[in-house]
Design a protein around this ligand. Structure first.
Ligand SMILES: [Zn+2]
Length: 141
C-alpha cells in the first residue's frame, strides 16, 4: 500500500476519521516520535498517548493549525516539553525574514524539525538534573 493510500484510509477510518494533516503526520512518522524516535506503536499505551505537534504553535499561528507541513507525529512527553515554544524566534533573532511562516515551513521544514530536536534534547538533560535534585530532596530522610 502506498503512503497516499494509507492517508486516504485513515481519512475515512471509523469511528474517528483522521483529518488530512493528522493522517499525513502519522504516515510520515510511521509511529516513531519525530523528535526523540520513541516507538509510539510498540504498545497500546504508547499509541494512545501519541500526539500531533504543531511545529509552529497553533496559539500563535492559528491559520496553520490544519496545515500538514506544520503537523508532526510525536510522543506525549515531547509534546508537553515543547509546549508553545516557537522555533521561528530562533531565526528571527538571527535576522532572517520569517514574515511568511508558511513559506518558511515549505522551504525549511527539516531545519525547523532539527532545531526542535536539539532544543528538546537540551531541555531533557536540564529536566533530568532537576528531577534528580527534587527526588533527592523529597526522599531524603
Ligand atoms: Zn518524543
Amino acid at each position: 500500500m502506498t503512503n497516499e493510500e494509507k492517508i486516504e484510509r485513515l481519512k475515512v477510518h471509523e469511528p474517528d476519521p483522521y483529518n488530512d494533516a493528522t493522517a499525513k503526520a502519522y504516515v510520515e512518522a510511521r509511529g516513531l516520535c519525530t523528535y526523540c524516535c520513541q516507538d509510539g506503536f510498540s504498545s497500546p499505551a504508547g499509541f494512545w498517548s501519541s500526539h500531533i505537534d504543531h511545529l509552529l504553535p497553533k496559539n500563535k499561528y492559528p491559520e496553520l493549525k490544519l496545515e500538514p507541513l506544520n503537523c508532526v507525529y510525536c510522543c506525549l512527553r515531547c509534546n508537553i516539553w515543547k509546549g508553545s515554544m516557537d522555533p521561528l524566534e530562533h531565526w528571527k533573532q538571527s535576522g532572517e525574514d520569517v514574515s511568511d511562516p508558511l513559506k518558511f515551513l515549505r522551504e525549511r521544514r527539516q531545519e525547523i524539525i532539527g532545531f526542535v530536536k536539539l532544543w528538546l534534547k537540551e531541555k531533557r538533560s536540564r529536566d533530568a538534573e532537576e528531577y534528580q535534585k527534587i527526588t533527592a530532596l523529597i526522599r531524603d530522610s
